[in-house]
Design a protein around this ligand. Structure first.
Ligand code: GLN
Length: 304
């Protein structure tokens, strides 16, 4: 089957599944999205792309932004980053507090909230204008100057972000947050509020599918080794406490967000984004995961 036919088939097959999930409402602004939105976009490293559904509609990328934040922090700190956090799957939900107390304020990995908050702290310490740097980075790798933060979403999360506030203060008590908690959380919430379409998200992950180099411009974002390491973290930690099941069923490094997006890559080949807002009990897109499982099944392609 041609790629476009595969995507159309998957679209039809997963469309009814969305009704089994729940749209995130703990961030009030996210609850207004239509649960019926569905998009699948594929970008190949050779420049070709395929898409079905609402692939041009920007949505809240939420935790998918942790990959961009981590990339910026890893670029400046290199392996020293591991003095501030670990690289093990957590086995707990993305906003869990339990491990952080007995592991003395060192988050398990950069993709759970605690880890991403430490990454936000690192970015604040090393970049003079973090908000603009992150935005320029994402606009640059997609060549899409219209990408923006959604300040209403960021404010909505700030007003109700009790768990993230608790995580940040707990880490501060262990001296693992260097800036003010308020500044760090403001940046973290803004980062999560980035809005991108599935088309732009699949394009944006091509540097990870292409060993650190943006294929369309040849710009080197990361070394081959750094790119390998981020992909390894996505495989082991990208879907929180569903990462093992996802690796087993799908077989691609991936990152999800509570806005209902999931982006996954096959190194040297492609990047794929699925967007369907209703989430499963792990906070990952229910239809999105099904779609990605079908994708590797129908194409016979995965990292294994
Ligand atoms: N901004 C969200 C939060 O901190 C991101 C979580 C997610 O997408 N899993 O709760």
């Amino acid at each position: 089957m041609e790629m476009h036919d595969i995507l159309k088939t998957i679209y039809q097959e997963v469309k009814p599944l969305a009704s089994k999930g729940e749209v995130a409402d703990y961030i009030p602004q996210l609850s207004f999205i239509s649960p019926d939105k569905l998009a699948i976009s594929v970008h190949n490293v050779d420049g070709s792309c395929y898409e079905v559904g609402d692939s041009d509609t920007p949505f809240s990328i939420q935790s998918i932004s942790k990959v961009f934040g981590y990339t910026l922090a890893f670029k400046v700190l290199g392996p020293d980053i591991w003095k501030r956090l670990d690289k093990e799957p957590s086995g707990n939900s993305f906003n869990s507090l339990v491990q952080l107390e007995y592991e003395r304020g060192i988050p398990r990995n950069p993709f759970i909230n605690a880890g991403a908050i430490v990454i936000a702290d690192i970015i604040l310490s090393h970049y003079p204008n973090p908000q603009q740097t992150l935005l320029d980075f994402v606009r640059g790798i997609t060549n899409e100057p219209s990408i923006r933060y959604n300040h209403d979403v960021a404010t909505s999360e700030k007003l109700t972000g009790y768990r993230n506030t608790a995580l940040a203060y707990l880490m501060k008590s262990f001296k693992n947050i260097h800036n003010s908690v308020e500044d760090v959380l403001d940046f973290y919430f803004l980062q999560c509020s980035l809005e991108m379409s599935s088309k732009n998200l699949s394009k944006s992950f091509l540097y990870l599918a292409n060993h650190g180099i943006v294929p369309s411009t040849n710009e080197q974002i990361l070394t081959v080794s750094q790119s390998k390491r981020i992909s390894a973290l996505m495989l082991t930690c990208g879907l929180y406490n569903e990462s093992g099941d996802f690796a087993y069923r799908v077989g691609m490094p991936a990152k999800s967000g509570v806005g209902g997006g999931v982006v996954a890559i096959i190194p040297k080949k492609l990047s794929i984004c699925v967007w369907s807002p209703p989430l499963n009990r792990f906070g990952n897109s229910l239809a999105g995961i099904e779609a990605l499982e079908k994708f590797t099944t129908y194409t016979g392609d995965s990292i294994f």
